[in-house]
Design a protein around this ligand. Sequence first.
Ligand code: V3L
Length: 85
Amino acid sequence: SDSDMEWQYEGRNGWWLYDCRTSRDIHKAYKANEPSLEVLVAGFVYVIDLQRMIQYRRLDPNRIRRIRRQPLDPTTKGVAGLRTQ
Ligand code: V3L
């Protein structure tokens, strides 16, 4: 089910889970078939493009990260930059 899927963004050598609130916002937008959404991360507005499956800072669209949606797995690096492994 959708609740078993987690949204992640790419780090240097692995994937990070989004923070809880952002994750909820992405789930909601995805479910509503919205093509993209904007979220606030550490004071910066990021665009989450659900069609291209990327994210980038709205004011700096050159620094692009891939995103993915996949089943819960224990290999993620952590949550929003906080390491769990
Ligand atoms: N949630 C939290 N922090 C983010 C996010 C996000 N969705 N997007 C970017 N940042 P950029 P490794 C990441 C942070 O894309 O060692 C990780 O969370 C981003 O943090 O150029 O490479 C780690 O904290 C970066 O610090 O706008 O896997 C850190 O990178 C900063 O915003 C290192 O992770 C600029 O990212």
